[in-house]
Design a protein around this ligand. Structure first.
Ligand code: FES
Length: 305
């Protein structure tokens, strides 16, 4: 744990306890592992943040500490802060909690009276919603509410560039997983049971599955405004002059792979209505102000609330 803290091998900290357990198992068996052996021992542990370099360094440092017979390091000494450390590598404030697996993620939070919300999601990539029957779900004991697009009190949309991705789909769904309805219930099991009782009548529409298909003139429009989110021109220099002066011209079509980093922490939030009419939202996010702005627009609440 100390080596992970000192090497800065902890960012969000979600993978850290598992990494440390795997590292410990490796070092118990093999006190002086090579880099390849460390990589192989950690191959089943995913980290979405660090890029692994600092993690491998941490295992090497732990190996060195164990060889020197260092059994423990006191957490306060790792976190000492004074002006003498300016210019030094300083352990992050929450590193000890994260190294020990004691930090709370949004999914761990609980307040008295917590109820649970779960979304019913579209099974179709593109379909018109002809009707949603929530009566049976609403009648399920323990269900507090079943919400659809008509219940969104403010702007039914979110998004950083254009806030037009519906919170709950109104007339049609646009991808497999689009949220159609939300069940709020006393327990997660009841919420899941009620989700299965919602009947949605869909009319399937032709979908688009690649950016190239989406640009074809007869492609179905996913959003009414069309399938181009943003047209961004990049022009640098004089291409004709460049070609004329070049010794070699290589032209090709290049693709980058589709990559989405693996988020390990369950996507979850806790929203606590406060006595003064404010709402406190606990969530895994890197953009608290954009979250606040979007939530206030969706709930039709002033931003200061
Ligand atoms: S520090 Fe590894 S997942 Fe974030």
């Amino acid at each position: 744990q100390a080596a992970f803290i000192r090497q800065g091998a902890i960012q969000c900290g979600f993978c850290t306890p598992g990494m440390i357990m795997s590292a410990k198992a490796l070092l118990d068996e093999n006190p002086s592992p090579s880099v390849e052996e460390i990589k192989s021992a950690l191959a089943r542990n995913l980290c979405r943040c660090t890029g692994y370099v600092s993690i491998i360094r941490a295992v090497q440092e732990a190996s060195e500490m164990m060889r020197q017979g260092i059994k423990s390091v006191s957490p306060p000494s790792l976190l000492e802060r004074s002006y003498q450390v300016v210019g030094q590598a300083v352990a992050r404030k929450d590193a000890v909690l994260k190294a020990k697996g004691d930090t709370k993620s949004a999914d761990d939070l609980f307040v008295e009276g917590t109820v649970y919300a779960k979304a019913l999601r579209s099974e179709y990539p593109h379909a018109e919603i002809l009707g949603i029957d929530t009566r049976e779900a609403e009648a399920t004991p323990g269900v507090i509410a079943v919400l659809t697009a008509k219940d969104v009190p403010g702007h039914n949309g979110f998004g950083l560039i254009f806030p037009h991705q519906p919170v709950l789909a109104r007339d049609k769904v646009r991808y497999v997983g689009d949220a159609v309805a939300l069940v709020v219930a006393e327990t997660q099991d009841i919420a899941e049971e009620a989700l299965r009782k919602i009947r949605v009548d869909y009319r399937e529409l032709r979908g688009v599955f690649t950016p190239q298909e989406a640009l074809l003139p007869d492609a179905p429009k996913i959003h009414e405004e069309g399938n181009i989110l943003k047209h961004h021109k990049i022009r640098r220099g004089d291409i004709d002059k460049g070609f004329a002066e070049a010794d070699v011209i290589i032209e090709g079509r290049y693709y980058t792979p589709f990559i989405e980093h693996a988020y390990l922490e369950p996507e979850a939030s806790l929203a606590v209505p406060e006595k003064d009419g404010c709402l406190t939202v606990y969530s895994a996010s890197q953009g608290v102000f954009t979250d606040r702005d979007q939530i206030s627009a969706i709930l039709n609440l002033p931003k200061e609330k």
